[in-house]
Design a protein around this ligand. Structure first.
Ligand code: SF4
Length: 153
């Protein structure tokens, strides 16, 4: 069974600063065909490099419920595009029967367990993690013990 993964964790230079956050073990699993990489910010039409974004609120749940916005550090509102990307990730999880996702921590988009807001990092999920959690997908971040999931898939 496929596992969704943040593209930057397998070495794609899709971060806002044209860099990645490679986890060699995840790249290895990708090369074996176990992982389905996504970069929600690229799916939302943002380029590389790009101005970083933050949630103007406390979590991805707030963004999904319409009570918070996602705004770039140059003041562009990207909420709608990012919510669309999150819904697309949920659709992908259905299409490919994906039940687990390994997502980058602290991202306002991927944001497994923590996300970046204009008040700092909160212990809440980002927009995509929130949408996937609501859909019943089990989330891990790059610091979690995701090895069992890789081995059991
Ligand atoms: S954390 Fe998510 S949105 Fe940000 S670069 Fe990595 S894959 Fe893309």
């Amino acid at each position: 069974m496929m596992i969704l993964v943040s593209s930057c964790l397998i070495g794609c230079n899709c971060r806002y600063d044209n860099n990645n956050t490679l986890v060699p073990e995840l790249k290895h699993a990708y090369e074996q065909g176990f992982l389905f990489p996504v970069c929600p910010e690229l799916m939302a039409g943002m380029g590389v490099p790009r101005t970083p974004i933050s949630i103007c609120g406390s979590s991805g749940y707030d963004v999904l419920s319409g009570s918070a916005q996602v705004i770039s550090h140059s003041n562009d509102i990207v909420t709608e595009a990012l919510v669309r990307a999150a819904h697309y990730c949920v659709k992908l999880s259905d299409m490919f029967s994906i039940r687990h996702a390994i997502l980058k921590s602290k991202s306002p988009s991927c944001g497994a367990f923590s996300t970046t807001t204009y008040d700092g990092v909160t212990g809440q999920p980002g927009v995509v993690a929130a949408a996937l959690i609501r859909h019943g997908v089990q989330i891990f971040d790059e610091h979690s013990d995701f090895h069992k999931v890789l081995n059991d898939r």
